[in-house]
Design a protein around this ligand. Structure first.
Ligand code: NAD
Length: 421
């Protein structure tokens, strides 16, 4: 039954990864399904009034993977081809990520199957509000706290918060994170994920004895995570030699102008049209030699075939699930030791600062940007040190080490709480 509900390549990936960890940690067979399958999965369909007065029906999801450590926490994705298996996998990864960062949350994720770029602004608002309205019985500041993900942003979070608040009759900023500053959002959340990706890439450069000012980077995806990762890397002198999004890919070994790329994407919403020079086939871009390769777009872009051809020193996983388990095995067999900063460590900056936002909202007491960033960097450093030490101690990959720490914490919490009744 469970096997037929949660299907698809992304869910299979989350399952395969957990199997590796379950074997590594010798988790009893009868506890494995309990760890893998979500506590709750909500599917809704809802109509939205479109600009031409038609009614269109959409399907939306929310998955709460486990609630053993606190409310579910995770983003909401608006993307054309999502399904319940993919959302469940993303919720599972959020569980290990929150636990690795020692946050009092379980993993959650949600989304609507829609291409947000195809919607008019008012249609996007109608869809966002109606999705949140459908979710009201299932979410809450102590139950499940949403955040932005692919295809959603601060404005969508403001609509979610307003819709939830209108139904409660009071303003409830702590229902979502990633809101605009001034409506309960925290300073530093917008750039948190990309900043964290760059921060940990510097830790990895340092570990490999590469000076940032001599290093090069290629970034796939130029939305919230990719653009801030590129800016963070460039701020310390790393040369951005390649970049891509859904619309275009550019490669120039002499270096690309990050500020101009950010300005162009800010103006037009995509990289296409930035330049007629230096274009490259998107997949070819990822094979070019560089020090830091930062996939910051979608899942499963580094497959076994690409893993054999990569010429980077470090993979900094800004996206969730960019590397398949088959690619992980290829990377482990390569004798040139590409240093992988796994997603649940590398992109944890977003959920760490979301946690800070939730805490500030609950207390109605807001911190300075310096305080947020200082706490963020200290949190990332703690996780980094634990993962690197664990990988060394157990002779395993960074991904296995990171996941082992996260999974272990969830298992301990479940065991301590026991079965009810
Ligand atoms: P976004 O919607 O802001 O940007 C997504 C970017 O990916 C866009 O530039 C888009 O053009 C590009 N893209 C889409 N398909 C692509 C393709 N096939 N090839 C190349 N580029 C493609 O989303 P985001 O918030 O930056 O999220 C990106 C990734 O980071 C996702 O995997 C998301 O789950 C993960 N993530 C996001 C956050 C966050 O705080 N936003 C936190 C942790 C992880």
């Amino acid at each position: 039954m469970l096997n037929s509900l949660f299907t698809g390549p992304v869910f299979e990936m989350a399952r395969d990864q957990l199997l590796v960890i379950a074997n590594h940690l010798s988790i009893p067979e009868d506890e494995r399904d309990w760890l893998l399958y979500p506590k709750r999965a909500i599917v809704v369909t809802f109509p939205v009034r479109m600009e031409d007065n038609r009614t269109e029906l959409f399907i939306g999801y929310r998955v709460q993977h486990h609630l053993a450590l606190g409310p579910a926490k995770g983003g909401t994705r608006f993307a054309a081809n999502i399904d319940i298996g993919e959302i469940a996998a993303l919720a599972i990864w959020m569980s290990w990520k929150c636990a690795l960062a020692d946050l009092p949350f379980g993993g959650g994720k949600g989304g609507v199957a829609v291409d947000p770029r195809a919607l008019k602004p008012k249609e996007l608002e109608n869809l966002s509000r109606r999705y949140m309205q459908e979710m009201i019985p299932f979410v809450g500041p102590r139950t499940d706290v949403m955040a932005p993900d692919m295809g959603t942003n601060e404005q969508v979070m403001a609509w979610f918060m307003d819709t939830y608040s209108m139904y409660q009759g009071v303003t409830v900023p702590e229902i979502v994170t990633g809101k605009p500053v001034g409506t309960g959002g925290t300073l530093g959340r917008r750039e948190a994920t990309g900043h964290g990706v760059a921060f940990l890439a510097f830790r990895a450069l340092d570990a490999l004895d590469i000076a940032p000012a001599t290093a090069t980077a290629i970034v796939q995806g130029f939305g919230n995570v990719g653009s801030h990762a590129a800016m963070g890397l460039a701020a310390r002198g790393v040369k951005l030699i390649g970049v891509s999004d859904h619309s275009a890919a550019y490669y120039d070994p002499k270096g690309l102008d990050v500020k101009a790329l950010v300005a162009h994407a800010g103006r037009t919403g995509e990289l296409a049209g930035y330049s007629s020079q230096a274009t490259i086939a998107p997949r070819m871009l990822l094979e070019q030699p560089c020090d830091v390769l930062a996939p910051c777009a979608v899942e499963r872009v580094i497959d076994a075939d690409l893993a054999r051809r990569l010429r980077c020193r470090i993979i900094a996983e800004g996206a969730n699930g960019p590397t398949t388990p088959e690619a992980d095995r290829v990377l482990a067999d390569r004798n040139d030791g590409i240093f992988v900063i796994p997603d649940i460590l590398c992109n944890a900056g977003g959920v760490i600062v979301s946690y800070f936002e939730w805490v500030q909202d609950l207390q109605q007491y807001f911190w300075s940007r310096d305080e947020v960033m200082d706490r963020l960097e200290r949190a990332l450093d703690r996780s980094w040190a634990m993962v690197v030490a664990r990988a060394k101690r157990d002779g395993v990959s960074n991904r296995t080490a990171a996941m082992a720490i996260g999974v272990e914490r969830v298992v301990k919490a479940k065991q301590a709480r026991g079965l009810f009744p």
